[in-house]
Design a protein around this ligand. Sequence first.
Ligand code: NAD
Ligand code: UDP
Length: 315
Amino acid sequence: MNKRVLITGGAGFLGSHLCDRYHSEGWDVICMDNLITGAKSNIAHLIGGERFSFIKHDVTNYIDVDGSLDLILHFASPASPIDYLEMPIQTLKVGSLGTHKTLGLARAKNAKFLLASTSEVYGDPMEHPQKESYWGNVNPTGLRGVYDEAKRFAEAMTMAYHRYHGIDTRIVRIFNTYGTRMRLKDGRALPTFFRQALTNEPITVFGDGSQTRSFTYVDDLIEGIFRLVESDENEPVNLGNPEEISILEFAQEIIKITGSKSDISFEELPADDPQVRQPDISRAKSILNWEPRTNRKEGLIKTMDYFKDQVLKNG
Ligand code: NAD
Ligand code: UDP
């Protein structure tokens, strides 16, 4: 019998890439999503095929899945700042109630469980680069708190199910990841900069652009997640590309790669915007023998055609 995986948030950016990966590895894939930020078009090529099913469901409510499950990958959650600022309560609910429901399902099915956590658990970090041992600097009542605290709660809940109920759990702390199937207007820096550059509009850099991020190409992340599931590591593991860049330099890089005529327009810096972010990936290297293979320039070039196409369709 094939192994069966349930992927929550499976119609989103990362979830749909995971559906592809597990499907191509020969697993039966059940994708569960309420489509609040995801789209069926991301999984259209899998729908109706063998070993794939889609269930439209909000995972903050009781989850009913027939048959056995070997693995649950819990990726459901709004993930871009614009999305979670527009949906603060849903974001808190999916990180808390949704994580509780999916862990309960893992317990009932005796399935392995992986939580998609985030570098946001480190908040505006006082330690740089960020190691898994760092506890973070999060403003619980700030605007971003709805996402950061939901994920911190989700990590605590996952460890409690591991320690108290003996569930075989994984926690991946994902750093800014990009690639095909990102929404052109999800508000994150990378799709926004591509859209603006490809239409020669001003690139909106928030603050003076000195804040840094470290961008990971989606295929590298998916490989890391696959290896983490196969490992026996229950403690959190950072997955990200340590190549760090300031947002201003990043805007200039996108202008160059796209051959754009865009200027840069400096806009107000959002509250609690982390000043720096860079993963320390020593644990992933030693435990998973994993490190990113795609440098930023290669990854951006690979992703550019997708954004060109999106601009033509929805620009
Ligand atoms: P996304 O918005 O494309 O995907 C999230 C998916 O979850 C969407 O399809 C959405 O419809 C679904 N969803 C949201 N609430 C739901 C609910 N209550 N019930 C069922 N489905 C629900 O975002 P993404 O970038 O693919 O992020 C996926 C996961 O990875 C999130 O948990 C996010 O926190 C985490 N993550 C992503 C990044 C990144 O750089 N992309 C970084 C850190 C963490
Ligand atoms: N950012 C920006 N212009 C935009 C969108 C984002 O300068 O149009 C900045 C944002 O303030 C942050 C960085 O780019 O410092 C990365 O933002 P993103 O929303 O992609 O992710 P996150 O803040 O969650 O890392």
